[in-house]
Design a protein around this ligand. Structure first.
Ligand code: PBG
Length: 332
């Protein structure tokens, strides 16, 4: 649709920008706490937290502190929290068995949140990297990241999370066939109402650097993730992946990273009209925090403007480490 613009001076677009009232009437997009999913890092121990050096303002929390954070999120009107584990070196093995341990950090955190903040939707991450001795999202055999055996393990991992009470499963591994396998298993095990937010268009990005520090995977990772994550040069492939994941039973899809891939968000939303999310990843957060700490950018304004960009690009919501700060700001 082409917008109609009468010639000047019949049209003076500044007329509608002249006062706060007219600007408010003209606003096309809004950000509210409803749009936010808050990623948090859980670690072993009790009543403790440690800062993540490359993500100023972000901490790893023990399970009890995660529960407190969920209560805070609930009071701020944040609808969902997403759990990532910082696994001790001893629990990282070649067979990744800790990934489907019903008492691993993630599953304990799910139950702890459900006990104290039942209104919050709990999202998880499904991938083997926090449990894998070599830092990859899948099993490695003779230097190859193998697909089908990995999918079987991811299904076990997802079922354990559903069993613990997760509302939203987030497969972030980029193996082929994992959404269908997971959906089939959820249906047959009585978890018909567990939703899947697929990391559908996940790019092999250097913007994940600080996250890999946060979960302790940087040192472990051997090689790169280019054989399973997407090539940053691709756009049409994202639409094929979205179509594939929807056919396999995904309820929601995600584009990741966020700000450098807003064009993909818009294409996905326009092409499919399905619930579309973006992940404003660790590197995006770190860039803004670093510039703000130097006094180069206005933290609050840039944070909110960055969140608005996702709404404008067609996203229904965004995973962001800014979630509590943004929600607090919006609460006033
Ligand atoms: C693990 C996973 C990653 C992120 C979310 N899940 C890292 C990776 O794929 O290497 C990145 C999140 C961020 O950078 O904030 N599969």
């Amino acid at each position: 649709m082409k917008p109609t613009v009468a010639p000047f001076p019949a049209t003076r677009l500044r007329r509608m920008r002249q006062s706060p009232a007219l600007r408010a009437m003209m606003r096309e997009n809004t950000v509210t706490p409803d749009d936010l999913i808050w990623p948090v890092f859980v670690m072993a121990g009790e009543d403790d937290e440690t800062p993540v050096a490359s993500m100023p303002g972000v901490v790893r929390r023990t399970v009890d502190r995660i529960a407190q954070a969920a209560v805070e999120a609930q009071s701020l009107g944040i609808p969902a929290i997403c759990i990532f584990p910082y696994t001790g070196m001893e629990a990282r093995t070649e067979d990744c068995a800790e990934a489907w341990n019903p008492d691993n950090l993630t599953n304990r955190a799910i139950r702890a949140i459900k006990d104290v903040a039942p209104d919050i939707a709990v999202m998880t991450d499904i991938a083997l990297d926090p449990y894998n001795i070599n830092g990859h999202d899948g099993f490695v055999e003779d230097g190859e990241i193998v697909n089908d055996r990995t999918v079987e393990a991811l299904v076990k991992m997802g079922l354990a999370q559903a069993e613990a009470g997760a509302d939203i499963l987030g497969p972030s591994d980029m193996m082929d066939g994992r959404i269908g396998a997971l959906r089939t298993a959820l249906e047959s095990e009585g978890h018909q109402n567990v939703t899947i937010l697929s990391y559908t268009a996940k790019y092999a990005s250097a913007f994940y650097g600080p996250f890999r520090d946060a979960v302790g995977a940087s040192a472990a990772l051997k090689g790169d993730k280019n054989t399973y994550q997407m090539n940053p040069g691709n756009s049409d492939e994202a639409l094929r992946l979205v179509e594939r994941d929807l056919m396999e039973g995904a309820d929601m899809v995600m584009v990741k990273p966020g700000m450098p891939y807003l064009d993909i968000c818009r294409r996905v939303k326009d092409s499919f009209g399905v619930p579309t999310f973006a992940y404003q990843v660790s590197g995006e957060y770190a860039m803004i925090q670093a510039a703000a700490q130097n006094g180069w950018l206005d933290h609050d304004k840039v944070m909110m403007e960055s969140l608005m960009s996702f709404k404008r690009a067609g996203c229904d919501g965004v995973l962001t480490y800014f979630a509590p700060a943004a929600a607090r700001l919006m609460q006033g």
